[in-house]
Design a protein around this ligand. Sequence first.
Ligand code: B1M
Length: 211
Amino acid sequence: MHPLIQIVYQNVLDGAQDLTAAAVEAALGAGLEPGAILNDGMIPAMREVGRLFEQGDCFVPEMLISARAMQTGLEVLRPRLVQADLHAQGKIVLGTTKGDLHDIGKNLVGMMLAGAAFEVIDLGINVSPGQFVEAVREHRPQLLGISALLTTTMPHMKATLQALQAAGLRDQVKVMVGGAPLTEDFAREIGADGYSPDASRAVTLAKALVE
Ligand code: B1M
């Protein structure tokens, strides 16, 4: 790992917000690619936090401070990820499903889509099936993107698809899903139009779905 990326990794892991921002700036200043800083430093740090939590070596407060450091680092990267300001590709309504407060992955997907010239309407976290339906009715997007990080909240994705069907809106919007516990098979089973394991493939998928 590049030493500057190693510093980013360590600061996210330690939950050091200011140091993370400074380390990301230093890495960008040294000419490192935003994608490398993200994929080799920041995301593995969050994965390690998850591993430590699973082992009982760190707890919710530590997860939260690492998440804040990650968000701070993402804000530094944002201008480099979001360069396009035309909304030529289409519109996507995005949110984390009901009962789920995890938003880092969803925010990253939103940034990458905005960078690929999608108009992103972010409903935030803990979004109920009814709220997704209302947003689709109001904004008429080509795409709806739903994120879930907990196995216990994944069923709300299916409930959202059913709610769209019941509202007569299912044919008017393509639904893509993602989040660490999801699989392609799960997406197919619930009747989603697509699944992506990460933010960059989410962009490829979104482009394919609107074509
Ligand atoms: Co939580 N948490 N958490 N947590 N947390 C996980 C998810 C967990 C796997 C940790 C573990 O045990 N190893 C575990 C879930 C286990 C399970 O369901 N089987 C877990 C748990 C148990 C919990 C609590 C229940 C803990 C508790 O209270 N006892 C609790 C639940 C709260 C709730 O949501 N109701 C909880 C709370 C939290 C914090 C609030 C402290 C914090 C979140 C802060 C925030 O998001 N603002 C947190 C964190 C940080 C994590 C881990 C450590 C990191 C998640 C993360 O941000 N990853 C996580 C462990 C892990 O994932 N390994 C964990 C980085 C991010 C870039 O990746 O979100 O996967 P990810 O997004 C990726 C892809 O998944 C994909 O693209 C992104 C970028 O590549 N993607 C999409 C995501 N959404 C997509 C949508 C798409 C397409 C692609 O299309 C629409």
